[in-house]
Design a binder for this molecule. Sequence first.
Ligand SMILES: *[C@@H]1O[C@H](CO)[C@@H](O)[C@H](O)[C@H]1NC(C)=O
Ligand SMILES: *[C@@H]1O[C@H](CO)[C@@H](O)[C@H](O)[C@H]1NC(C)=O
Ligand SMILES: *[C@@H]1O[C@H](CO)[C@@H](O)[C@H](O)[C@H]1NC(C)=O
Ligand SMILES: *[C@@H]1O[C@H](CO)[C@@H](O)[C@H](O)[C@H]1NC(C)=O
Ligand SMILES: *[C@@H]1O[C@H](CO)[C@@H](O)[C@H](O)[C@H]1NC(C)=O
Length: 539
Amino acid sequence: MDSSLLSLRCATIFLIFCMPLTNAQGGSWKLLVKNAGIASMHTAVTHFGTVVLLDRTDVGPSQINLPNGTCRDDPNDLTSTHDCTAHSVLFTPGTNTIRPLTISTDTWCSSGQFFPNGTLVQTGGDFDGNLKIRYFSPCVRSGTCDWVEATDQQLQEGRWYATNHLLPDGRQIIVGGRGVYTTEFIPANGQAPTQLPFLHQTDDFQHDNYYPFVHLIPDGNLFIFANRDSILYNYITNTVVRQFDTIPGEPRNYPSAGSSVLLPLTASDDFQSASVLVCGGAQFGAFANFPLAFAVASQTCGRIDVITPNTTWEMETMPMPRTMGDMVLLPSGDVLIINGAQNGCSGWGFANNASLSPVLYQPNGLAGQRFTTLTATTIARVYHSTANLLPDARVLVAGSNTHQFYTFSGDFPTELRLEAFYPPYLSPSFAADKPRLFNPLTSVRYNTSFRLQVTIQNPPQLNMEVNMVSAPFTTHSFSQGQRLLKLKVVSQAFITATNRYIISAIAPPNPVVAPPAYYMVFVVNEGSPSGAAWIRVSH
Ligand SMILES: *[C@@H]1O[C@H](CO)[C@@H](O)[C@H](O)[C@H]1NC(C)=O
Ligand SMILES: *[C@@H]1O[C@H](CO)[C@@H](O)[C@H](O)[C@H]1NC(C)=O
Ligand SMILES: *[C@@H]1O[C@H](CO)[C@@H](O)[C@H](O)[C@H]1NC(C)=O
Ligand SMILES: *[C@@H]1O[C@H](CO)[C@@H](O)[C@H](O)[C@H]1NC(C)=O
Ligand SMILES: *[C@@H]1O[C@H](CO)[C@@H](O)[C@H](O)[C@H]1NC(C)=O
């Protein structure tokens, strides 16, 4: 049984208090940094718990200088041919400090993914960044690690608005991009790019196939969704093994900008089943305000079982419309839908009516009762904003820039503030159920058992969950490589001498279920997560 926090609490203890939602049940917000120096277009959490924030380089001067008085000279830059400001920074949660990082080539609308050893690989962009491969090897918090832009290798095709995904063999696949209907791998191993006609077929007048939603599913195929269509793709044999029904409703990818997650995979069925959720989008023609300016965004989600034959989309209605939302898998196994706008679509000035209220989607709830509207923020996060799970189970919200350059006047000024959303499970009223994790491991091998130790104030549920979440690369309403696994828990024992619970769990069975990487591993009790241990899963 999945005892997610809200349904359990609402059903049993706090029945009469559940409506209207109080802050305790609807989560809360906290301003972390008033000026991060940049508006983050791309965000990724490293296994040191630090966060890489990345914008474009040709956005004009940012509000933070490059390290040590260095400058960047680029005669072709759109705005600043001599630029002494940084366009990427490293954020450290907890101390809430910002350190400037050095990036030289244009990362505008690029893509990325962590390698198995925790190095962030970041690819493409516009102009001089179109073919670039960049690496960020994270370091301890006091370290000086920085971007390294490869000069001895580059992408085979220029990629702007592509999607990366880590594969079971530790390579990354890069799918599509603007006007690019191919895939390629990093490392390349001498293979030429592979044609994928599906990417061409889903391109339309306003595109709607940028940043395809890519999920690695447990049968080894990639689920690829673009515009309103989706396939299962065997990237090894380059064959489309299944074509799904067209999703009802609006286009879902950039610029219509819905979002998508692979719903949690679970040991309870040996990781054999998999469903994809796609939420939001925009009306065709809202892009560039042509012919529909600020049309009401999509209010639907589609959910599909991607393993069972002959399945189709099960449609659900969100509490409010949303374009440019982000979907975050929470340690509890629920999905947070956050950020975006209720009218319009992606692009500079093509949206209004910001979606200030996040929504919780509980995958195991009864159909028709899966959504809960949570506490609203006061800060609009529209185009070019991000949301990422932090290892302390908060959600970091960054960015928003609906202008070509940094613009601090008018509607939707460029947003440099960082906020954290505290999901309902972090409310003080659940503190007594929250596990506190000790002695975290740093690595496990596939299909082996491992132990975690926790203390908890209240007697916990009989079988606590051990849930493992990847660290995705988030940009443009999609978190590339995001996945959550509910691991098999074999035993849970209370040790009187130490006052601790020892929980024994089994690591994922194989790299198709969980590609080799660092994951955040949470112990979850009554829907309330511990802080995470970063654990590297490998052979
Ligand atoms: C900046 O200077 C400090 C002090 O000399 C040095 O420790 C640091 O590594 C430098 N940072 C960069 C990015 O060059
Ligand atoms: C991580 O792996 C990549 C790819 O194999 C390699 O290029 C990089 O040097 C490694 N980084 C570290 C810190 O070992
Ligand atoms: C699935 O659809 C195919 C093609 O329409 C059909 O031949 C097959 O019998 C169906 N399978 C099931 C389990 O319904
Ligand atoms: C904003 O969106 C809400 C929900 O769809 C709608 O009721 C409201 O009319 C919209 N406001 C504007 C100004 O478009
Ligand atoms: C995992 O380990 C168990 C017990 O050692 C074994 O029975 C099973 O076949 C293994 N599964 C995989 C996928 O290797």
